[in-house]
Design a protein around this ligand. Structure first.
Ligand code: ATP
Ligand code: MG
Length: 576
């Protein structure tokens, strides 16, 4: 698959890179990185960062490293490492050589720390976490210096060495940078560089019992890798002075940090901690539940890499936080699926139709177009026989004026097949319609009448004896509110979960061409939406997820909000 996207906007990061290249900065080189912490699965927000970092490197002939910022052994796991690499590749990106790990730099980082100690710029502190908080000050008052700040270099070197050797307990001592306790920026108030943690690390095992803080790791890892443009989200803006301080005092290569706004969408949550809570507390079936905004969830649901890449490009890159309408994502998705999905006939809620004038035991093979958007996709045969299924909602015994589909005495077209007329309605003892008796007109084979007779509706259908059984899963947003974090006092975001986010249709019928469809196959069920075959499928029964309906709410949202929208949501709008 090609991972080309057409650049839609000359956003500010692109401009910075172009200028740097023009000015010969870094010898015109572009090196970026995607630096997740392996403490959860990737979500759609990460897709934005992946597309930016890998995309820009590709666009400017540079390279993008896959790097894990694995500084917190307690929360990290190889399961996450593997899933992250799989998701990045699925999105259509790859990296040169092996993935990199900040933990591979632990030795170098330790040496860096020793240098700062030697230079009198770091000290071992014995304050407890609680005492450190008390010393930290407030936004309007300066903090107090630690009494241990005046330790000699010699004593600090000795203590730090012994921290590393495991002589002290967790929480007993830390290594801190001597920056400025009076700085208005809390990150600069003698931040902790190393903490004691006797945890097993997923890569370094039990080698270390001290671990560098994220802030003492991230910037230096970029530096070690020669990252030219260190692209990160806005919450790191006020960490930048600290990163700069470390890089300057260590006298090492200084990457340029550029911050952009996180991608946020309405109706979803993009905090890994909260996504983990949904999984752990069984609100969903797993990280890859098709309702999850994780990349593996979106993949299972049927979202395509191309749609996600186009979405990220369409949204653009902003300096201020805003929320994007989920309808725009689905618009990009439909745009891609429309071009690439084979059309299939399927009936979700079957109503039996007997064609009384069709010979028993016979079958007619009719030609059906695979994709009207793509002639090269060709045609296929769909079988027609005496007993068929149509959608229950395509029939009304007593139809109102605007209902043009099947009704007693009325003629409609069956897609690719024949005109049929409903003559008789069969009901059970409770008065529910169980079966329709219809006649077909053999002259209308293919769906056109030779005498120019018109019908007002074309219905999808499936031949009963040929149909494949399927369980179809229909989805709504996982949360009821546009902002899932908007909660009453004392409640958390799970109080906004949508009890109807999943509807299971147990006995859907699908045309036989889907017989050997493998998990991940994406199709359009005509008139019903785009669907994707699930890995839960068995020999006897397909499991199928509805990816998205056919109706595009984004077009309507755009009309209501006026032209010129670039995906930023100006007004709170509910996609229908
Ligand atoms: P958490 O969910 O715990 O806040 P995180 O989403 O920041 O964590 P990381 O693993 O640190 O998770 O993210 C990896 C990279 O992806 C970082 O560079 C981060 O800035 C970026 N990123 C994360 N979330 C988004 C988002 N919503 N939009 C754009 N980039 C994001
Ligand atoms: Mg983070």
């Amino acid at each position: 698959m090609s991972n080309e996207v057409t650049p839609k906007s000359d956003h500010f990061i692109r401009q910075i890179i172009k200028e740097d290249i023009a000015n010969g900065k870094h010898g015109g080189k572009v090196v970026t990185r995607f630096p997740p912490e392996p403490n959860g699965y990737l979500h759609i927000g990460h897709a934005k960062s992946i597309c930016l970092n890998f995309g820009l490197a590709k666009e400017f002939g540079g390279k993008c490293n896959m790097r894990f910022d694995d500084t917190n052994p307690v929360k990290e796991d190889v399961e996450y490492v593997d899933s992250i690499m799989e998701d990045v590749r699925w999105l259509g990106f790859d990296w040169e050589g092996d993935a990199l790990f900040a933990s591979d730099y632990f030795d170098t980082l330790y040496d860096y720390a020793v240098k700062l100690v030697r230079d009198g710029k770091a000290f071992v502190c014995d304050l407890t976490a609680e005492e450190m908080r008390e010393h930290r000050g407030t936004p309007t008052t300066a903090g107090r210096e630690s009494p241990y700040r005046i330790r000699t270099v010699k004593e600090n070197l000795d203590l730090f060495e012994r921290m590393k050797a495991g002589e002290f307990d967790e929480g007993e001592r830390t290594l801190r940078a001597k920056v400025d306790m009076a700085s208005p920026n809390f990150n600069m108030r003698d931040p902790v560089m190393y903490r004691i943690s006797k945890a097993h690390h997923h890569r370094t095992g039990n080698k270390w019992c001290i671990y560098p803080m994220y802030d003492f790791t991230h910037g230096q890892s970029d530096s070690i890798e020669g990252v030219t443009h260190s692209i990160c989200t806005l919450e790191f803006e006020n960490h930048r002075p600290l990163y700069d301080w470390y890089l300057e005092n260590l006298e090492i290569f200084h990457p340029q940090q550029i911050e952009f706004a996180r991608l946020e969408l309405n109706y979803i949550i993009t905090s890994k901690r909260k996504l983990l809570q949904l999984v752990k507390d069984d609100h969903v079936f797993g990280w890859d539940d098709p309702r999850m905004p994780t990349l593996c969830g979106l993949r299972r649901r049927g979202y395509t890499p191309a749609a996600l890449r186009n979405f990220c490009e369409t949204v653009g890159v902003a300096k201020y936080n805003s929320t994007v309408d989920y309808a725009l994502l689905n618009h990009c998705l439909r745009d891609d699926l429309n071009k690439t999905s084979a059309r299939v006939l399927a009936v979700l809620n079957p109503l039996k139709v007997v064609i009384t004038n069709y010979p028993e035991g016979e079958t007619d093979e009719l030609d059906a177009i695979n994709n009207p958007e793509d002639v090269s996709a060709g045609t296929r045969k769909v079988p027609f026989s005496k007993t068929l299924y149509i959608e229950q909602e395509d029939f009304m015994e007593d139809p109102p004026k605007q209902f043009f589909r099947l009704a007693p005495g009325r003629e409609v077209r069956l897609r690719y097949a024949f005109f049929i007329t409903c003559n008789e309605v069969i009901k059970d003892e409770n008065g529910n319609v169980t079966e329709l008796h219809c006649t077909y007109d053999p002259e209308t084979r293919g769906g056109d009448s030779p005498d120019g007779r018109k019908v007002k509706a074309t219905l999808h259908w499936v031949s009963a004896e040929h149909a494949i059984e399927a369980e179809v899963r229909l989805y709504e947003h996982l949360f009821l509110k546009e902002d899932p974090n908007d909660v009453e006092d004392g409640q958390d975001f799970t109080s906004n979960l949508n009890p109807n986010s999943l509807t299971v249709i147990a006995n859907a019928k699908v045309e036989p061409s889907m017989k050997d469809a493998s998990a991940g196959t994406r199709v359009q069920f005509e008139r019903l939406g785009y669907f994707c075959v699930d890995s839960d499928s068995t020999e006897d029964k397909l499991a199928i997820n509805r990816t998205v309906t056919l109706k595009d709410a984004w077009v309507k949202v755009q009309q209501q909000q006026g032209q010129g929208m670039q995906g930023q949501k100006k007004k709170q709008q509910r996609p229908s």
